[in-house]
Design a protein around this ligand. Structure first.
Ligand SMILES: Cc1cc2nc3c(=O)[nH]c(=O)nc-3n(C[C@H](O)[C@H](O)[C@H](O)COP(=O)(O)OP(=O)(O)OC[C@H]3O[C@@H](n4cnc5c(N)ncnc54)[C@H](O)[C@@H]3O)c2cc1C
Ligand code: FES
Length: 320
């Protein structure tokens, strides 16, 4: 298959995959995705502070545009220290005449991401995407975006999408200390431009509220008009706590999950997340079978059924 063929968009253009509305009678329909594999060129690669790097990749013109919360698989050209691609959330989509530019905020933590960190401008990477289901930003309510650490990047992308809908967000950002509020200056600058409100929390009190983002949420939520909707991205224990908060307060809550991934497309069954009891019951009552790429009634595949899940869909006791 030629490079041009690989990058050709779906007929009718790309529509970001959404979390379908679940009913007792029907399991989720297979989301319409239009992923492609394409060769990308590194156009910017710099230190982002707090042990993170910022990477920008120029994509072929026809590469489908990812939505906020979706991810791509980045595969290094041979010879590379790792065989499999590495999943990375899309943190920025910028349209340019030559084709879209995608941005990523990442931490070099192991062989794959350290090899990624060694790439120079003009080096090539294979990109598979856009993958998975992103944040359902059409859900009504005052958007409350909650970021832990590097979770800030995909949520800034979400904030910009919401801004285009004319919706201003409350943006809660937490880390263990001020030094770990990665890309804080840029976060502030972009939110100022959008009219979003930034609220900070650190575990040691060195910046913002002294405590976790959950404590910050407890303080802010009573001052926000209903309805509210929460979109969150960060470490799993933080997401589990936010999911329980959303369920307790009947606030629609959506969490961007991670898992170790190989294929990113639902085939290898390598990224299972346990479904909640209510979801297991619902799926076992459903008349039509669950699309196999989504896993089974016990386990969701993070890459296809997610990575963004509604709070009620997962078993937080087994995850948190
Ligand atoms: C949907 C999705 C989106 C992601 N987005 C980002 C992002 O925007 N920025 C970013 O820095 N990272 C992101 N990650 C995590 C990133 O993919 C992993 O850090 C990376 O795969 C590690 O590869 P490695 O070869 O460097 O490390 P490895 O040598 O494979 O692993 C190093 C260590 O990290 C652990 N690890 C590997 N993958 C994960 C994971 N997914 N979650 C938790 N621990 C893991 C391993 O168990 C090991 O302890 C995302 C993961 C997923 C599934
Ligand atoms: S990564 Fe292969 S099924 Fe999810």
């Amino acid at each position: 298959m030629s490079r041009r063929e690989r990058a050709r968009p779906a007929r009718g253009g790309y529509r970001p995959a959404r979390i379908p509305v679940a009913t007792a009678a029907a399991p989720p329909a297979l989301a319409k995705t239009a992923w492609r594999q394409a060769e990308a060129r590194v156009t910017l690669h710099r230190d982002a502070g707090a042990g993170h790097r910022w990477l920008e990749l120029a994509m072929p013109r026809a590469f489908p545009l990812p939505g906020a919360g979706q991810f791509v698989q980045l595969l290094l050209e041979a010879p590379a220290p790792v065989l499999l691609p590495r999943p990375m959330s899309v943190a920025l989509v910028r349209r340019a005449a030559a084709g879209p530019v995608l941005g990523f905020l990442y931490a070099p933590v192991g062989d794959g991401t350290r090899a990624l960190a060694a790439l120079d401008v003009d080096d090539r990477v294979l990109v598979l995407g856009p993958l998975g289901r992103g944040f359902p930003l059409e859900v009504e309510g005052v958007p409350v975006l909650i970021a832990g650490g590097r979770g800030v990047a995909p949520l800034l992308f979400a904030a910009e999408t919401l801004e285009r809908q004319g919706r201003r967000c409350e943006f809660l950002f937490g880390a263990r200390d001020a030094a770990h509020l990665v890309a804080l200056a840029e976060t502030r600058r972009r939110l100022d431009r959008m009219g979003g409100r930034l609220h900070l929390a650190t575990d040691d009190g060195s910046r913002g509220v002294h405590g976790t983002v959950l404590e910050l949420l407890d303080r802010i939520a009573p001052h926000l008009p209903a309805p509210r909707v929460i979109h969150a991205c960060g470490p799993h224990p933080m997401l589990a706590a936010i999911a329980r908060w959303g369920l307790r307060h009947s606030v629609p809550t959506f969490l961007a999950m991670e898992s170790i991934m190989a294929c990113g497309t639902g085939v290898c069954r390598g990224c299972p997340l346990p479904r909640s009891e209510s979801e297991r019951r619902r799926l076992s009552r459903a008349r039509a079978p669950l699309p196999s790429l989504y896993g089974n009634p016990e386990f969701a595949m993070c890459c296809t059924d997610g990575p963004v899940f509604a709070a009620h869909a997962l078993d937080w006791e087994r995850l948190g």
